[in-house]
Design a protein around this ligand. Structure first.
Ligand code: 3PG
Length: 314
C-alpha cells in the first residue's frame, strides 16, 4: 500500500480522493529530523513552504529506503534541496499552474491598497484618527508598472494591469516574449528606472544573492510603489526600510519575508508597508486546483510504479 505524508495542509477533497485510491494518508506537521524519521516508511511527501527539506532530512528519510517522490504543493522549490533529493533517487515535482490567478489577484489588490492608503487607514481609523487630508493617493491609470519576471504569474499580473489602463514594462531572463506586444520588454535597469509601480515575480534560486538592494532602489524613480510577492530572499529588507524612509519607495506591499515566519518588526510596522503572511496561494480555488493536481501526480506515480513492478516481475 502506498503511504503519503502531508505535513502542511491539503484540500480535504483531494485527501479523500487519495484515500479512495487506497492510499494511506497521514496528515500531520513534522519538521527537522523527526520529519526524516516519519518518512522512513512513506513513499510520498507533500509539503508547502513551511518545511525546509535539507540534506540531513533526506538522509534520515533514506534510511527507510521507501521515499520516492516529494510533491511541493505550490510553486517555489527553494525550500527543497532538489539536487540532493534527485541524487538520492527521489523525484521532486511542484504544481506550477494552480495558484497563478490567486497570486496575481493579490498583487493587483495590494497595488490598490498601497496607492490609496487602504492599509494604513485601517490602522489609524481604529485608533480614532480621521486622516482624510494626509491620505491623498494616486490612480493607477496611465502609470507604468514594471514587472520583473514575465512567467505565469507575471503575465497574469501584466494582463490585469493592462486592462486597468497601466503601461506595462517588463524584464525577463529569457528575453522578449513573443505574443506580448502590449507590454514593453526592457533591460532590468530600464525597468527599475522607469517603473512607477514595481512588482517581482521570479523564483529564488539556491545561494542567490539579493536582486534588490540599496543600489537597485537608488536606480528607481522617487516615490515608487514596490510589491514583493515572490520570495523574501530577493529583497534586502534593511535596504527596503532605508528606501521607505528616504522616499525612494513611497509604499511597499509584502507577502514574503527574508526569514519566515519571523518578521522584521521595523519593516512590518512601517506605516507605508502593507503586509500579508505569505497568502499568495491561500485561496479556496488555488488550493482546490493544487489538490486536484496532486491527485493526478500521485495517480500517474502509482501507474508508473505498477508498470515498473510488472517489468521487474517479467
Ligand atoms: C508557492 O510557492 O506556491 C507560494 O509561495 C505559496 O506557498 P505556500 O504553499 O506555502 O502557501
Amino acid at each position: 500500500m502506498c503511504k503519503i505524508l502531508v505535513t502542511d495542509g491539503m484540500n480535504n477533497n483531494a485527501i479523500n480522493n487519495l484515500r479512495k485510491l487506497n492510499i494511506e494518508v497521514e496528515h500531520k506537521f513534522y519538521d527537522g529530523l523527526e520529519l526524516g524519521e516519519r518518512l522512513q516508511d512513506k513513499d510520498i511527501l507533500v509539503i508547502r513552504s513551511k518545511n525546509v527539506i535539507t540534506k540531513a532530512i533526506i538522509d534520515k528519510a533514506c534510511e527507510g529506503n521507501t521515499l520516492k517522490l516529494i510533491i511541493r504543493s505550490g510553486v517555489g522549490l527553494d525550500n527543497i534541496d532538489v539536487k540532493y533529493a534527485n541524487e538520492k533517487g527521489i523525484r521532486v515535482v511542484n504544481t506550477p499552474n494552480a495558484s497563478t490567478r490567486s497570486v496575481a489577484e493579490l498583487t493587483i489588490g495590494q497595488i490598490f491598497t498601497i496607492s490609496r492608503f487602504i492599509n494604513i487607514s485601517n490602522i489609524t481609523m481604529r485608533n480614532g484618527q480621521w486622516n482624510k487630508k494626509q491620505y491623498v493617493g494616486t490612480e493607477v491609470f496611465d502609470k507604468t508598472l514594471g514587472i520583473i519576471g514575465l512567467g505565469r504569474i507575471g503575465k497574469t499580473v501584466a494582463k490585469m494591469a493592462h486592462d486597468l489602463g497601466m503601461k506595462v514594462i517588463y524584464y525577463d531572463i529569457l528575453g522578449e516574449m513573443i505574443g506580448y506586444q502590449n507590454y514593453t520588454f526592457c533591460s532590468f535597469e530600464e525597468v527599475l528606472k522607469n517603473a512607477d509601480f514595481l512588482t517581482i515575480h521570479i523564483p529564488l534560486e539556491i545561494d542567490q544573492e539579493y536582486l534588490i538592494t540599496k543600489k537597485e532602489f537608488n536606480m528607481m524613480k522617487d516615490r515608487v510603489y514596490f510589491i514583493n510577492h515572490a520570495r523574501g530572499g530577493l529583497v534586502c529588507e534593511k535596504d527596503l526600510i532605508e528606501a521607505l524612509d528616504n522616499g525612494k519607495i513611497e509604499a511597499a506591499a509584502l507577502d514574503v519575508y527574508e526569514k519566515e515566519p519571523q518578521i522584521n518588526p521595523e519593516l512590518v510596522n512601517h506605516p507605508m508597508v502593507s503586509i500579508t503572511p505569505h497568502l499568495g496561494a491561500s485561496t479556496v480555488e488555488a488550493q482546490e486546483r493544487i489538490g486536484n493536481e496532486i491527485v493526478k501526480i500521485v495517480y500517474n506515480f502509482l501507474e508508473e510504479e505498477t508498470i515498473n513492478d510488472m517489468k521487474i516481475a517479467l
